[in-house]
Write a new protein. Structure first.
Length: 274
């Protein structure tokens, strides 16, 4: 087995439930992997700016697949930005605002390259929760009518989080069945659906890095715990599901790691070094 690239999801995978990781241990592992010319990739549904913050002291040695693969950066330069059309943005916001009862939605947001955006009416508690995943976050007067032009940004995804009292599977199915043509939705955990072009996923994002650095599928190791990780877990023989992952995710792979709270990703990466 020759591994040239490792990619891990963040929430529920690399990060523990306290939204952090073992910086000292990761620093040693990253240094050893890079010495072996193994590329290290954080692959997340959240924004590039958040990943930059979380890996501030390591970012020059890493690549980033953000927003479920819509935005890919290497050496602080974009390799891929897959934006939604203005019609897709308008249609999706219309569905969110008119198909569901207001009390069923905890919050929703529009994610661009420069920033993520929420409505100015959002509660402080919801804003604070969203900020954990989108550290570049702005309030706008009326989220339901925003466009890429009005934001002076490129919109890559739209997220909607349903409240805990709803039947999430029913809501998810209703949303997916109503999306404009050419769009798809992926579950990223915490009752959240992330909507983007149906060509967008983490595996597609990783393909950009593979092309740039001449890396084959069987030279990649990936880690994940949720539906939006399936593409990259299934693209390689070395896809690892976390112990805390759901049964659907575990059934899709042949390899397993300890839970996110037990440093499962770092435990497996240690084996590459050894």
């Amino acid at each position: 087995m020759t591994i040239k690239l490792v990619a891990f999801d963040m929430d529920g995978t690399f990060l523990n439930d306290k939204n952090t990781y073992n910086h000292q241990r990761f620093a040693k592992i990253l240094e050893q992997l890079r010495a072996k010319n193994v590329r290290v990739v954080a692959a997340s549904g959240s924004q590039y700016q958040r990943l930059q913050n979380q890996f501030n002291e390591f970012k020059s040695e890493m690549d980033f697949v953000s927003q479920n693969g819509a935005v890919v950066y290497s050496h602080d330069k974009p390799l891929l930005i897959q934006a939604m059309s203005k019609e897709a943005v308008a249609g999706t916001l219309d569905i969110i605002n008119h198909q569901f009862e207001p009390q069923d939605i905890a919050e929703h947001l529009v994610v661009g390259v420069k920033s993520a955006y929420v409505d100015q009416k959002i509660s402080q508690a919801a804003y604070d929760l969203t900020y954990q995943y989108y550290t570049q976050l702005q309030r706008v007067v009326d989220l339901s009518t925003v466009t890429a032009k009005s934001l002076e940004d490129r919109i890559t995804s739209i997220g909607v989080t349903f409240n805990n009292h709803v039947d999430f599977n029913a809501m998810m199915t209703s949303l997916r069945n109503s999306l404009p043509e050419g769009l798809s939705s992926q579950t990223s955990g915490y009752n959240t659906e992330l909507i983007s072009d149906n060509t967008v996923n983490k595996a597609v994002g990783l393909k950009e890095l593979q092309k740039r650095f001449n890396i084959a599928d069987d030279e990649i190791m990936t880690f994940g715990d949720n539906e939006n990780d399936l593409g990259m877990l299934e693209m390689t023989p070395y896809g690892y599901a976390m112990d805390n992952a759901g049964s659907k995710i575990k059934a899709a792979v042949n390899h397993y790691a300890d839970s996110n709270n037990d440093e499962g990703v770092l435990n497996i990466l240690d084996t590459i070094i050894k």
